[in-house]
Write a protein that binds this ligand. Structure first.
Ligand code: GLC
Ligand code: CA
Length: 514
């Protein structure tokens, strides 16, 4: 498998294009706005971008309901503007992934409008349909009674997102097609055409939405893995440098499918939420990281210690980090994220501690997610520098609190979270043992106890990371450290005596031990 070298020390910045920077005063962010702010992202130290969906869409699910895969959403700009964004990213030695949504389209997509017709046509089998309106696909919702086609169409997420047909691993009913049938094959071919189109224009790869869900009745993921292997073969031939990151949450499967990296998700078995988003998050100071570590190691072993499991600070689907963790403890979160294997992902605004905006009415299918999607706060000017539009026209209302953080003030304050993140990134980039591929070994993790300690290691160096977000000084046994050189510290100093390491309350340390 080709592995783009730039992934090894990549640090991603996730941009929700709606809310990043508006340059034409319509209250919605746009490509030109992202271009304007590329230097900011670069200066923070990020080397790559994941941009949420930007294709033509009725925006019933923030663009995860695509109406035309080949056309940029006019609200963001034209295809030429998007190409210019790719070029501007590359000029700065950075890379950009688009968000590919292969599992479903919008009901507004022309394929679907053809597919609902009772007469057979090219798109009849593009989606998953039962062969009678009276039968619904079990386990899924369906679109029914919306045309004279006699059948119910399987829904993949919201009910305006019909499931594209990649076939069934084990077809059981007459209407369930095999992966090798013409309809499913044509769907996959078309999705590869879409990828080729954007890669040809200069994007560097894709974050793939719901990547593990394409083939149906596929309990162990075998059909979906095989499907992605076909995509990998095609990419190896035509676009060997294309980088692929999956929203799958099962790295053993996704990496077999040819993905370079997989995300830890805030749902499913990862225990990711134990760290930052539960009643007693570990990083808030009175939680437990042991179940997370056990699961992480299980995945790490299953993915052959490749270390390509990405842990995000947040994303457009979960509560903002700052809803549960602030101040020095937020700094400790970043000293964790930026010292773990795999590429770290920073959700826009998390680097300045942007808050979850409480009590918002849903916008474009955001529901409770809307509060994490508010406009980026740049400075002290109108609408925090996001847009010159009147307040009512903003895509999502701003965080209205008087002390809301912004980039300008964060840059002026040497003690800000922003500067801490920047410092941590700089140190990570100076030590390959802290980057994506180096080994990790947990040296101290205990149920309901602190600290969390691990060693990152490669042929060049051995680095011990000790994190204590709790309000008490703690000590643990570790025979591996005698002399050390401090690379990074927040809070009090680490001390070593008789094989015991002590770290003060609310502190974090990275030390080189070889
Ligand atoms: C993914 C996206 C989410 C979207 C859903 C349906 O989970 O991250 O935002 O609503 O898929 O496409
Ligand atoms: Ca705009």
């Amino acid at each position: 498998m080709n592995h783009p070298a730039w992934l090894d020390n990549a640090i991603f910045y996730e941009i929700y294009p709606q809310s990043f920077k508006d340059t034409n005063g319509d209250g919605i962010g746009d490509f030109n706005g992202i271009i304007e702010k590329l230097d900011y992202i670069k200066e923070l130290g990020c080397t790559a971008i994941w941009m949420n969906p930007c294709f033509d869409s009725p925006f019933g699910d923030a663009g995860y309901d695509v109406a035309d895969y080949y056309k940029a959403a006019p609200r963001y700009g034209t295809n030429d503007d998007l190409k210019r964004l790719f070029d501007e990213v590359h000029k700065r030695d950075m890379h950009i992934l688009l968000d590919l949504v292969p599992g479903h389209t919008s009901t507004e997509h022309k394929w679907f409008k053809e597919s609902v017709k009772p007469e057979r046509n090219e798109f009849t089998d593009r989606y998953v349909w039962t062969d009678s309106i009276w039968e619904e696909p079990t386990g899924y919702g369906s679109l029914r009674g919306i045309s004279d086609r006699d059948g119910s169409c399987m829904v993949n997420f919201f009910s305006h997102q019909p499931a594209l047909n990649y076939g069934f691993y084990k077809p059981e009913k007459s209407w369930q097609q095999a992966v090798t049938d013409e309809g499913p094959k044509a769907t996959l071919q078309e999705m590869m055409n879409v990828m080729a189109f954007w890669l040809g224009l200069g994007c560097d790869g894709f974050r793939v939405d719901m990547a593990g869900s394409l083939v149906k009745n596929d309990e162990d993921g075998k059909g979906t893995i095989a499907l992605w292997r076909q995509v990998r073969d095609f990419l190896n031939q035509k676009f060997p440098d294309a980088a692929m990151v999956s929203e799958w949450g099962e790295p053993d499967k996704s990496l077999q499918g040819g993905f370079h990296m997989d995300f830890l998700l805030h749902f499913g078995p990862s225990h990711y939420n134990d760290l930052f988003r539960c009643e007693h998050p570990f990083f808030a100071g009175d939680g437990d990281a042991s179940a997370f570590v056990a699961k992480y190691l299980e995945n790490y072993e299953k993915s052959e210690r490749k270390g390509l499991i990405c842990i995000p600070s947040g994303n457009h689907d979960m509560d903002r980090l700052a809803r549960t963790i602030t101040g020095d403890k937020a700094k400790i979160v970043f000293s964790f994220l930026l010292s773990m294997p795999g590429a770290p992902f920073i959700y826009y605004g998390d680097e300045i501690g942007m808050r979850y905006v409480e009590g918002l009415t849903s916008v474009e299918g955001g529901y409770s997610r809307t509060g994490s999607r508010s406009p980026m706060q740049w400075d002290d000017s109108v609408n925090a520098g996001f847009s010159s539009a009147s307040k009512e026209k903003l895509y999502v209302p701003m965080d209205e609190s008087e002390d809301r953080p912004n980039v300008k003030r964060a840059m002026e304050d040497p003690d800000s979270l922003y500067h801490e993140v920047k410092k941590l990134i700089t140190i990570r980039q100076q030590h390959s043992a802290l980057q994506s591929l180096a080994d990790i070994r947990f040296v101290w993790v205990k149920e309901n106890a602190y600290p969390l300690a691990y060693i990152r290691e490669n042929a060049e160096e051995k680095i011990l990371v000790v994190l204590n977000p709790s309000d008490k000084e703690v000590a643990f046994k570790c025979d591996e450290v005698s002399a050390f050189e401090e690379l990074y510290r927040l809070g009090g100093e680490l001390t070593v005596q008789d094989g015991m390491i002590t770290i003060p309350a609310v502190s974090a340390c990275w030390v080189s031990i070889k």
